[in-house]
Every structure is written in C-alpha cells, then in structure tokens.
Design a protein around this ligand. Structure first.
Ligand code: MLT
Length: 265
C-alpha cells in the first residue's frame, strides 16, 4: 500500500506504475480499492492501474466535515497531480461512476476516456433520498454491518455466492469493515449528488459502459439510457453478473476494458 497526503488526509492507493497509459479505478459503496484487486493485477499489462481508497473508506483517512462527490473527484485529481499524470482513463463502478461524472464536470481536460460500470446518471428520487437518511440512521444506531447486510444480496449473483464462497465472504468482509463515519459521509454525498443526465450529451471522450445483466441496483435500463445519450459510447452487458460485475465476471469485464483501451490508445 502507498499513501499520500491530499486535502488534509492520508489517501491510500495501489499503483502498478510504469509508462503505460494511466487508468484510474474508483470503487463503489460501501467498498474500498480491494474491489479492484483482479483488475489491478490483470490490467497492469495494458495500463498503469491506479486504485485509490476514497476518503473515509478503506485505508484512507477522513478529514472533518461533510463530504460531497466533488470532494472525492478533487481527491482523485490531487492524486493525479501528485503522480505527475496529466490525463487518464477514469473508470468508476456505481458510486465510483457518480464520482467519474463529477470529475468530468470539473476536469474534462484531464479525462482521456471514461468507463462507467454498474452506475447511473440520474440523481436520487425523493424516496431514494429518504432511503439514504434511513441508512445513515441505521449505520449510526446499529453499525455498518446492518447497512452492509441489507445490501449484500444485491451485490453478487446467487450463483457466485454459492459457488465462490471465498469471493462472497471477502466481499462481505470488505463491506463490513468500513467505518461508520466513512459510510455516513458517502451516503450523504450520494443523496446530495447532482443529476448527471444533462452532462451526458456533453461527454466527448470515448466511453465504455458496462453493466451486469442481473444488476438490480443500477439495472441495464440505466446503462442503456447512458449509452443512448453519450455520443459514440459502447455498452457491454455482462451475462451472469449482478451489481459488482467486475467480481462476478472478471474475465469478461477485463476483456471488455482491454479491448476498449486498445481503441483509446
Ligand atoms: C454503490 O454500489 O456504489 C451504491 O450502491 C450506489 C448507490 O447506492 O446508489
């Protein structure tokens, strides 16, 4: 693990280094950079893979005060600055995708291409916002595991859970070990995020959209909306995958990313 000081906290990240084109992987909620362990390992032959822990999650610190999606995007930009990287392919899964939109809104000139995995452009509905508040209260009164256990059934397919016990328990462990403060901050940041739908028509960089065919959190219909609105984008729907499609179908996920990176190079 490597860490740097950005914006008053220590940001942990993996970096495969080298001179290949940079690919930044932004994880989802309530997760950390170990979500990307297989991508960091297998994509290192085609990219310099950089996977940070977002502030408050994984091994990254949490400075005081509320957190916005712009803060996460600013942290990613600060990491690029610290590593001397001008432009990168920005990839995000779910909440990581929301951050990729925030990053593009502020720093489009730093984005070589976008990869949007199991995410959506729209903001939370009124009901969705109430759900965030309920989850904040749940985390504060019963701990992160109460939130994690409610979400876990939607993360991986039932097949993965029954056939890959090691992966299922590692994923559950990743969710359960997050801190209350980091989880509460992320829930509030997602609740208050801007609608990225108007941004879609302004995206001019090559864009790959990935979605698990069985994703019930950010379903294929959301991915199709993004595909229809982002000019020239490509959508890959992964069979046998739920919300964490990179874990359910790592080989197919990585193959789609590899092919996309070849077209971007
Ligand atoms: C995620 O996987 O990052 C979250 O479930 C996304 C969300 O809750 O909107």
């Amino acid at each position: 693990m490597t860490a740097i000081k950005v914006h008053g906290f220590s940001m942990a990240y993996d970096d495969t280094g080298g001179a290949l084109p940079p690919l930044v992987l932004l994880h989802g909620f309530p997760l950390d950079r170990t979500l990307w362990a297989v991508q960091v390992r297998d994509l290192a032959e085609v990219a310099r893979v950089i996977a940070p822990d977002l502030r408050g999650l994984g091994e990254s610190g949490l400075p005081g005060g509320a957190v916005t999606l712009d803060d996460y995007a600013d942290d990613a930009r600060a990491l690029l600055d610290a590593l001397g990287i001008k432009t990168a392919v920005i990839a995000g899964l779910s909440m990581g995708g929301y951050i990729a939109f925030a990053f593009y809104r502020k720093y489009a000139h730093r984005v070589r291409a976008l990869i949007l995995a199991d995410t959506r452009a729209g903001e939370d509905s009124a009901e969705g916002k109430r759900g965030r508040d309920a989850n904040i209260a749940l985390a504060q009164t019963q701990g992160v595991s109460a939130v994690a256990e409610n979400m876990f059934p939607k993360m991986l397919t039932p097949q993965t859970v029954s056939q890959n016990v090691t992966l299922a328990s590692a994923t559950r462990g990743m969710m359960n070990r997050q801190s209350v403060a980091g989880v509460v901050a992320a829930l509030a940041a997602m609740r208050d995020r801007l609608d990225a739908t108007p941004l879609l028509a302004e995206i001019t960089v090559p864009t790959l959209i990935l979605v698990g065919a069985e994703d019930a959190v950010t379903p294929p219909s959301q991915a199709e909306l993004m595909r229809d609105a982002i000019r020239g984008s490509r959508l890959v729907t992964l069979a046998g995958a739920a919300h964490l499609s990179n874990l359910d179908q790592p080989a197919e996920f990585n193959q789609a990313v590899r092919e996309f990176l070849r077209t971007v190079a």
